[in-house]
Design a protein around this ligand. Structure first.
Ligand SMILES: [Cu+2]
Length: 67
């Protein structure tokens, strides 16, 4: 399953790294691609192990709440 989340607070490489590592460590997340240009985070995940809601929560927890 794939989700694309808009995360307005991503504005530099540091943000991209923070966001990527926060999402990547969730069990069931397969790939994470974040962009400071589009301010989007694309996530591929196994819906049996993790949900879009959990991914959103993990982003909020590190200070990057999805829009
Ligand atoms: Cu930044």
């Amino acid at each position: 399953m794939q989700a694309t989340l808009k995360v307005p607070r991503i504005h530099c490489d540091g943000c991209v790294n923070t966001v990527t590592s926060a999402v990547r460590k969730l069990p069931g997340v397969q790939t994470v691609q974040a962009s400071e240009v589009t301010k989007e985070v694309r996530v591929e995940f196994d819906p049996g192990q993790v949900s879009e809601q959990k991914i959103r929560a993990a982003l909020s927890l590190v200070g990057y709440p999805p829009a």
